[in-house]
Write a protein that binds this ligand. Structure first.
Ligand SMILES: O=C(CO)[C@H](O)[C@H](O)COP(=O)(O)O
Ligand SMILES: [Fe+2]
Length: 223
């Protein structure tokens, strides 16, 4: 399975040495770097904003995959675009005017993604599939790293994969986030995911290269 990207989430990194942590996963074979932005309103946790991203961006060549778990995300899109985001993902649940917000991201020259929580049906993003570069299926309830994978989300990944094929959206990426490890990666990839966010399963291990290799090995044999 060569076409599957691994995006380590810095939520599980050691924030006191963030530069070294980013360099470690880059050397270890990461494809993207996943940046979890939380506001204490949309989710019950707080992380960091565009200033921290601005500090990370010059230290890495990895594309920055920004996951906004915030209310009113449209207010912050210019700041994250200016902080070298490669892709900005907003939550369907946080956007009244979802279509407008997705196009605002693209107007800033950044790829656009849309995320759904475990309790949100895939149908909630059906009408914007042709407007986005990526859909993000949350496989845990957002807010924290290290939670257990929710099995019922597999159904939604299959549904989105079927719509992707039906609409001929060959470049649309299907990302999963939460509880992804060498045990759950084959399940989500078999269902149709092709970007795997992994926080605890990568940064929680002493040898990050091995952790990512273990995830890739778990996919051997899948078409
Ligand atoms: O968006 C997130 C949480 O809201 C994180 O990206 C996610 O939890 C990754 O952590 P882990 O792989 O440890 O579950
Ligand atoms: Fe995330």
């Amino acid at each position: 399975m060569n076409n599957v990207y691994i995006a380590p989430s810095i939520l599980s990194a050691n924030f006191a040495k963030l530069g070294e942590e980013v360099a470690d996963v880059e050397r270890g074979g990461a494809d993207w770097l996943h940046v979890d932005v939380m506001d204490g309103h949309f989710v019950p946790n707080l992380t960091f904003g565009p200033l921290v991203m601005q500090a990370i961006a010059p230290l890495t060549k990895l594309p920055l995959d920004v996951h906004l778990m915030i209310e009113n995300p449209e207010q912050y899109i210019p700041a994250f675009a200016g902080a070298e985001a490669h892709l900005i993902t907003v939550h369907q649940e946080a956007c009244i005017h979802l279509h407008r917000v997705l196009h605002l991201i693209k107007e800033h020259g950044v790829k656009a993604g849309v995320a759904i929580n475990p309790g949100t049906p895939a149908a909630a993003i059906r009408e914007v599939l042709e407007d986005v570069d990526l859909v993000l299926v949350m496989t845990v309830n957002p807010g924290f790293g290290g939670q257990a994978f929710i099995q019922s989300t597999l159904r939604k990944i299959r549904e989105l994969k079927a719509w992707k094929n039906e609409l001929g959206l060959k470049d649309l990426r299907i990302e999963v986030d939460g509880g992804i490890s060498a045990s759950t990666a084959p399940l989500v990839v078999e269902a149709g995911a092709d970007v795997l966010v992994a926080g605890n399963a990568v940064f929680g291990q002493a040898d990050r290269r091995k952790a990512m290799e273990d995830i890739r090995k778990s996919l051997a044999g899948l078409a």
